[in-house]
Design a protein around this ligand. Structure first.
Ligand SMILES: *Cc1c(COP(=O)(O)O)cnc(C)c1O
Length: 387
C-alpha cells in the first residue's frame, strides 16, 4: 500500500506566484489595481474574448451575469443537476426558478434534447456546465437558444483552456464564467472571471461588482483620479484583489502545461480502467474538442459491489488515496428536495451518476507513480467488495 496520503487535488504554486504576491504586499497596493487589469488582459487574450470582468469567485460571476442578463422573478432557467450547487443557488438569489434537464449518460453533460423538453413560455436562459472540462455541444445549444429566443450562460468553472471545435470556451457569443478556486485548473486562491462579447453586459457586470460605483477605487486613488464617485445602483462587493491576480498572472502562463500533465494522467486512468467491469470511464464527445481535464470522474457500478459509493471512497482512503465528490446531483440536496422537488424517475441519468460518481486524484504535480498507486488502490478495493 502507498505510504503517504495522496489527496485528490493540490494546487501548483511555484516561486513566480510567491514572488508576485510578495511584490504586491510590499508595493502598498493589495486590492483591485494594476495586477487585476493585467490578469484580465492576459485572460482575454488567452480565451479570445473582447471583454472580461475579474471577480471574487465564479459564484459572484454567475450571480452578476444573471442580473445583467435581466433574469429575475417569474423567469425559468434550465440547467444540469450534475453541477456544484452554486450554479443553481444564484438562480434562487435573483428570484428565478431553476429547471433541471437530465444529462447524457456518457459525458455527464446536459442533454440538449432534454433541455428542449423543459422549455416553457417562461424560460429565459440555458446554463450548461462543461462538466469536468469536456465542452457541451455548444452548436446544438446555441441553435436551440436561437429557436426559442433564449440567452446562454456557460458555467465554465471546469473549462479554463477547454476548446470546442477549435475555439476556446470564453470566446463564444454568450456569457461564460470561470472559477479560480484552488481545485480548479488555475487558481487565484478564490476568484472568477466573466467573459462576453457584449460590451454593455460587461459594463453592467463591472458596475454591479463594486457597489454600483461609477469609477473604480484604484482609479480614484491613483494620480489621474479624483476621490469623488457616484453610486448609480445598489451593487455588490465582488471585486478581485491584486494579491489574487498576482497568482493568476503566473498560473495562466502555466495552464497549457498543467492541462498536458492532467491529460496524461487522465488517459492513463482511462486505459487502466477500460477493462475493469465495475468502472465506467468518462466518455468522449462526438465532435472536435480539447478536454481541460479539470476532474477525472468515473462511475463505480455499485450494483456489482457489496458497498455504496461513500463506503467505496472510505475504502480508498484506507489505501491512502483521497477522492472527491463532484457532484451529488443538486436535486438530491435537502434544500432542493424540499423547495424544488423533482418527480421520481424524472432525471434518471443524473440519479444514476449521482450515486456512483467520484473524483480520483488529478492535478499537475502528480507523477505517473501516483496514478499507478491510484489504479492499484481502486483494484484492491474492488477485489474485496465485489459481489
Ligand atoms: C467550483 C464551481 C463553481 C463555483 O466556483 P467558485 O469560484 O468557487 O465560486 C461553480 N460551478 C461549478 C460547476 C463549479 O465546479
Amino acid at each position: 500500500m502507498r505510504k503517504d496520503f495522496l489527496p485528490f487535488s493540490i494546487p501548483t504554486i511555484e516561486e513566480e506566484e510567491i514572488r508576485e504576491v510578495v511584490d504586491s504586499l510590499q508595493s502598498g497596493w493589495i486590492t483591485t489595481g494594476p495586477k487585476v487589469k493585467k490578469f484580465e488582459d492576459e485572460f482575454k487574450a488567452y480565451v479570445d474574448s473582447p471583454f472580461a470582468v475579474p471577480l471574487s469567485s465564479a459564484t459572484a460571476g454567475l450571480h452578476l451575469a444573471l442580473l445583467a442578463m435581466g433574469i429575475g422573478p417569474g423567469d425559468e432557467v434550465i440547467t444540469t443537476p450534475m453541477t456544484f450547487a452554486a450554479t443553481v443557488n444564484v438562480m434562487i438569489h435573483v428570484g428565478a426558478t431553476p429547471v433541471f434537464a437530465d444529462i447524457e449518460p456518457g459525458t455527464l453533460n446536459i442533454d440538449v434534447q432534454a433541455v428542449r423538453g423543459k422549455i416553457t413560455e417562461r424560460t429565459k436562459a440555458i446554463v450548461p456546465v462543461h462538466f469536468a472540462g469536456l465542452p457541451c455541444d455548444l452548436d446544438a445549444i446555441f441553435a436551440l437558444a436561437k429557436e426559442f429566443n433564449l440567452q446562454v450562460l456557460e458555467d465554465a468553472a471546469h473549462a479554463i483552456g477547454t476548446e470546442y471545435k477549435g475555439k476556446r470556451i470564453g470566446s463564444f457569443d454568450s456569457v461564460s464564467v470561470f472559477s479560480f478556486h484552488p481545485i480548479k485548473n488555475i487558481t487565484t486562491g478564490e476568484g472568477g472571471m466573466v467573459c462576453t462579447r457584449d460590451e454593455k453586459l460587461a459594463e453592467e457586470i463591472s458596475l454591479l461588482k463594486f457597489h454600483g460605483m461609477s469609477r473604480e477605487a484604484w482609479k480614484r486613488y491613483s494620480a489621474q483620479g479624483t476621490p469623488n464617485y457616484d453610486i448609480v445602483l445598489p451593487g455588490f462587493k465582488y471585486n478581485m484583489m491584486d494579491i489574487q491576480a498576482a497568482l493568476g498572472i503566473h498560473q495562466l502562463r502555466k495552464l497549457d502545461r498543467f492541462i498536458e500533465q492532467r491529460t496524461k494522467i487522465a488517459e492513463f486512468y482511462n486505459a487502466a480502467f477500460a477493462d475493469v467491469e465495475e468502472m465506467i470511464t468518462p466518455a468522449a464527445a462526438p465532435y472536435a474538442y480539447r478536454h481541460a481535464w479539470h476532474l477525472y470522474t468515473p462511475l463505480v457500478r455499485i450494483e456489482k459491489l457489496t458497498i455504496d459509493r461513500d463506503a467505496f471512497m472510505a475504502e480508498l482512503k484506507k489505501e491512502n488515496i483521497g477522492s472527491g465528490l463532484h457532484f451529488k446531483a443538486v436535486h438530491h440536496h435537502p434544500y432542493y428536495r424540499e423547495n424544488l422537488p423533482v418527480a421520481p424517475g424524472e432525471l434518471p441519468q443524473a440519479d444514476y451518476a449521482s450515486d456512483r460518481i467520484l473524483s480520483l486524484p488529478l492535478f499537475p504535480k502528480m507523477v505517473m507513480e501516483d496514478a499507478v498507486d491510484v489504479v492499484a488502490a481502486v483494484k484492491n478495493v474492488l477485489a474485496r467488495t465485489r459481489k
